[in-house]
Design a protein around this ligand. Structure first.
Ligand code: MN
Length: 232
């Protein structure tokens, strides 16, 4: 870490935030895995086939937006969509994790929004290019406070919902996931070592839609508000 700082002394951003803050921020250098089309009705609403194996993509730690901070509409898109998703945090390092042991690798869950620049994503996909810029941009992953799974009455069946300006626009149930969190952990860990602190966005149910400046999004796990962000 110190060597890294030494090598980057002239970097303007590091000068700006200061070495001390950078060390504090280093705990956020986790991997963020996201799953596409994990709810059949959402795959259909975008005109996609229901997948036969998980579709995995990634975001970066710079995509995280925490503490109910505002989301600033980026100037590179005219069609930012919300996608509300259950997010599991990895609590143990592992590789080639068998599905039947996967539950040892997570113990907390929250809600996150997989903000998507739908216009960029579709343009990339149509041209056969990776959709990275439409998905992984800065602040595209607001997350709420994590909740211990053992504090939930039914950790295997989690209901959640998103309100836009007070109106319910998405409702989900973890039982409707095509690939369970255990299956996803097994699949992802075949290719990537999972490490403590890594996050898995498990895909969105139907009802995705556009946001506009002035909107407020609120995400509820059951009846509990876990995440709120205003679009500025
Ligand atoms: Mn998504």
């Amino acid at each position: 870490m110190y060597k890294f700082l030494e090598n980057n002394k002239k970097d303007q951003r590091i000068k700006h935030i200061g070495a001390k803050n950078l060390i504090l921020a280093s705990k956020d250098f986790m991997k963020i895995f996201c799953v596409g089309r994990n709810y059949a009705n959402h795959a259909k609403e975008l005109g996609n086939q229901v997948p036969t194996e998980p579709i995995i993509f990634s975001k970066y730690s710079t995509a995280l937006l925490k503490d109910n901070k505002d989301f600033y509409y980026p100037n590179f898109s005219q069609n930012i969509h919300y996608e509300l998703e259950l997010v599991y945090k990895i609590c143990k390092n592992g590789k080639y994790i068998d599905e039947k042991f996967a539950q040892n690798y997570y113990n907390e869950v929250t809600l996150g929004i997989d903000f998507t620049a739908r216009d960029l994503q579709q343009k990339c996909a149509q041209n056969g290019k990776p959709w990275e810029i439409g998905k992984a941009f800065d602040n595209s992953a607001p997350i709420g406070k994590f909740v211990p799974l053992d504090s939930l009455a039914t950790p295997e069946e989690i209901t959640f919902s998103l309100r836009k300006n007070g109106e319910v626009v998405q409702q989900g149930n973890s039982m409707d996931m095509i690939f369970t969190i255990d299956r996803l952990i097994s699949y992802i860990s075949t290719f990537f070592t999972l490490q403590t602190g890594d996050l898995i966005f498990t895909g969105t149910p139907e009802g995705v839609g556009a946001v506009s400046i002035g909107d407020t999004l609120e995400a509820y796990l059951g009846d509990t508000l876990l995440l709120k962000t205003a679009i500025k």
